[in-house]
Ligand binder design. Structure first.
Ligand SMILES: Nc1nc2c(ncn2[C@@H]2O[C@H](COP(=O)(O)OP(=O)(O)OP(=O)(O)O)[C@@H](O)[C@H]2O)c(=O)[nH]1
Ligand SMILES: [Mg+2]
Ligand SMILES: [Zn+2]
Length: 364
C-alpha cells in the first residue's frame, strides 16, 4: 500500500460523490479502479492503492459491460486492519460518465468496457512509417462513441521530413479535434499536452503499438514509470510493450491511463458516433434527394456530387463507408444475438409455466 491519496485530484467529482452516497450509508468506501487482471483488480482509495476482488454477484449476475473497468468508480469494503487495509471487495460500480468499449471475442458479441470515466482521449500516432490517417479516423470514431473529448497527438516530429504536410492532412480529417505535433522522446512541443493535464482530469492515451504512448506517459509523469521498446526498423511497428491498461495518478493532480497498442480495434460504436467523426459527410448526406440514399447510384446524391466536384476526398468517403458497413454488420450480429437470447428466455418461461400448471393439475 502506498501513501494517502486525494481522490478529488484523480476525478472524484461532486456527482461521483453523490452517486456514492447510498453506499457510504452502508459503510462502504469510495475507490477508483487502476488495473484489471482478469478477476483481480487494483483500486485507489484515499488510503492508497490496494488489491481488490469483486463480489460474486457483481460478476455473475450482470452483463460483461457492467463489470469493473479501469477508471471506474466503485464502492468497496476494505479488508484487513482498519488503519491499514490490505485488500478490498468491490460491491458496486457507480454510473459511468464516459466509456470506451470494444467487442469482446467469444461465442457471442458482447460489449466489453475497456476504460471508463475518461475526460480526454489523446489519440497518438507516429510520424514515422506507421503514420496513417485512416487509423486516426477509427480512433476518433471510438472517442466520439465513448463520450470523451479527443485530441490528436502526432508524435516523433524529429523523424518527420514534412511536418506541415502531415499536419494539414491530419487537420482535414480531425473534424475539429485539436492536432498537436510533439517529440515525446525529447519533450519537444509537449507544453500544449501538459496544459491539458490538471486536477480532476483523466486522460487516456490510445493508439497503435510503437507510436510512443508510454514514452509520452513517462515524460508527463516525470519518471520512467512505463517500459518502452524500440520499434521494428522495417516498418516502424511496435512490439506490444505495454501489456495492460493502468491508471496512473499525476503528481500535479489528474490521472493518465496508458494502454497497450491494440492490434485491431473492434469498434463498439453506433452510427451516431460515425456521423460526429465524419460530420462533413453527415452534413452532405442530409442534402441528398432521398432520405435513405446509399450514395451509390441514386439521382440527386449530394455526396457523389461533392466527390465529383473535388470537395470531398474519395479516400475519406471510402473510409466512412467501410466503417459504416462494419458497424452495421456488428449491429446485425448483436440483433441476432439479442433475438436468440429473447427466444431462449421465453422458452424457459414457457417451460416453467408448463411445470407449474402440471403441478397444479391443470395440464394432464
Ligand atoms: N524518434 C522518436 N522515437 C520515439 C519518440 N517517442 C517514442 N519513440 C520511440 O518509439 C518506440 C516505441 O515507444 P513506446 O513508448 O514503447 O510506444 P507505445 O506506444 O507505448 O507502444 P506499446 O506499449 O507497444 O503500445 C521507442 O523506441 C521510443 O523511444 C519520438 O518522439 N521520436
Ligand atoms: Mg506502451
Ligand atoms: Zn447520397
Amino acid at each position: 500500500m502506498k501513501d494517502c491519496l486525494d481522490l478529488t485530484a484523480i476525478g472524484a467529482t461532486v456527482s461521483v460523490r453523490q452517486n456514492f452516497q447510498p453506499f457510504e450509508a452502508r459503510g462502504l468506501v469510495l475507490a477508483r479502479v487502476s488495473v484489471v487482471h482478469g478477476e483481480q483488480y487494483r483500486v485507489f482509495t484515499d488510503q492508497g492503492e490496494m488489491q481488490a476482488e469483486a463480489i460474486g454477484a457483481l460478476l455473475y449476475r450482470t452483463e460483461r459491460s457492467a463489470w469493473p473497468a479501469v477508471g471506474d468508480w466503485v464502492a468497496v469494503q476494505p479488508v484487513g486492519p482498519a488503519a491499514a487495509p490490505e485488500q478490498a471487495m468491490i460491491h458496486a460500480v457507480l454510473p459511468r460518465r464516459t466509456m470506451f468499449s470494444r467487442r469482446a471475442a467469444g461465442d457471442r458479441e458482447q460489449e466489453q468496457v475497456i476504460a471508463a470515466n475518461i475526460d480526454l482521449a489523446l489519440i497518438v500516432c507516429g510520424l514515422d512509417q506507421d503514420f496513417n490517417v485512416r487509423r486516426i479516423e477509427r480512433y476518433l470514431t471510438l472517442a466520439h462513441a465513448s463520450g470523451a473529448d479527443a485530441v490528436v497527438v502526432l508524435n516523433k516530429s524529429d523523424v518527420c521530413p514534412d511536418l506541415p504536410a502531415r499536419l494539414s492532412e491530419t487537420a482535414r480529417i480531425a473534424g475539429g479535434a485539436p492536432v498537436i505535433t510533439i517529440s515525446a522522446r525529447s519533450a519537444d512541443g509537449i507544453e500544449p499536452v501538459l496544459r491539458l493535464l490538471g486536477p480532476g482530469t483523466t486522460i487516456a492515451l490510445i493508439g497503435s503499438s510503437g507510436v510512443g504512448k508510454s514514452t509520452l506517459v513517462n515524460q508527463l509523469l516525470g519518471v520512467e514509470r512505463q517500459p518502452v521498446q524500440e520499434v521494428r526498423a522495417s516498418d516502424s511497428r511496435g512490439r506490444h510493450t505495454t501489456t495492460y491498461r493502468e491508471l496512473l495518478p499525476l503528481p500535479q493532480g489528474g490521472a493518465l491511463i496508458d494502454t497497450p497498442g491494440m492490434r485491431e480495434i473492434q469498434l463498439w460504436a453506433g452510427t451516431e458516433s460515425l456521423d460526429s467523426a465524419f460530420a462533413e459527410i453527415a452534413e452532405l448526406a442530409a442534402g441528398c434527394r432521398y432520405r435513405d440514399c446509399s450514395h451509390a447510384v441514386e439521382d440527386g446524391c449530394a455526396v457523389r456530387a461533392a466527390i465529383e466536384a473535388g470537395d470531398l476526398d474519395p479516400a475519406r468517403w471510402q473510409s466512412y463507408a467501410k466503417l459504416r458497413a462494419e458497424i452495421a454488420w456488428h449491429e446485425r450480429q448483436t440483433d441476432v444475438h439479442a433475438a436468440q437470447a429473447q427466444k431462449q428466455k421465453w422458452k424457459a418461461i414457457h417451460k416453467a409455466m408448463r411445470v407449474r400448471y402440471k403441478n397444479e393439475g391443470r395440464v394432464k
